[in-house]
Design a protein around this ligand. Structure first.
Ligand SMILES: O=C(O)CCC(=O)C(=O)O
Ligand SMILES: [Fe+2]
Length: 190
């Protein structure tokens, strides 16, 4: 687990470098601001369920992280993402990791990258196991759209707050689609 976690940490750092580059930012723009990044792993076990038509394994949500790295059970399909209003199953590919963009990256990129809404469905005959690692800035880091990604034509869509504040909000609210991200949105009335 220690070696796995260390490798996932390196992977997340690299992915954030590539993300920064894709947006025309300095390559270490995210790395510099994340501080001692928060990384946490959890294992989700979904037992077989006699009524998969009635029971979800995990309610629709987006992750609060910047990135989430997911290792799926090779034998059992369960993860679905919401794409253009339709739930699409993410077929497990042997030895492949799934990377989800979380709310924090949506905020930092002022919405250029969107966090993915996802859920887990159950199976009648099979159990399923997933190993999930979240990667996020240190709790005291102030978040908000990166100044380079804000302009007169692209005003900030999200306010400033610390990752600790967002985390508290996230864990004290129900999983309900992308509702937790409302916390970060600047609501304009016109
Ligand atoms: O089990 C999965 O494939 C997804 C789990 C998940 O979305 C989560 O733990 O946040
Ligand atoms: Fe998730």
């Amino acid at each position: 687990m220690e070696v796995y976690s260390a490798n996932i940490r390196e992977l997340c750092k690299r992915l954030l470098i590539l993300t920064a580059r894709s947006l025309g930012l300095r390559h270490d723009a995210f790395g510099d601001m994340f501080g001692e990044a928060v990384q946490a792993a959890r294992m989700n076990y979904y037992p077989p369920c006699s009524r998969p038509d009635l029971v979800l394994g995990l309610s629709p949500h987006s992750d609060g992280s910047a990135l989430t790295v997911l290792q799926q059970d090779a034998e059992s399909v369960g993860l679905q993402i919401l794409k253009d209003g339709t739930w699409v199953s993410v077929q497990p590919i042997p030895n492949a990791l799934v990377i989800n963009i979380g709310d924090t990256l949506e905020v930092l990129t002022n919405g250029r990258y969107k966090s993915v809404e996802h859920r887990v469905v159950t199976n009648r005959d099979r159990s399923r196991l997933s190993v999930v690692t979240i990667y996020a800035p240190s709790y005291e880091v102030e978040l908000g759209p990166m100044p380079e990604l804000v302009s007169k034509h692209e005003p900030p869509v999200y306010k400033k707050y610390t990752h600790g504040e967002y985390n508290r909000h996230y864990i004290t609210n129900k999983l309900q689609g992308k509702k937790t991200l409302e916390f970060a949105k600047i609501h304009t009335s016109c």
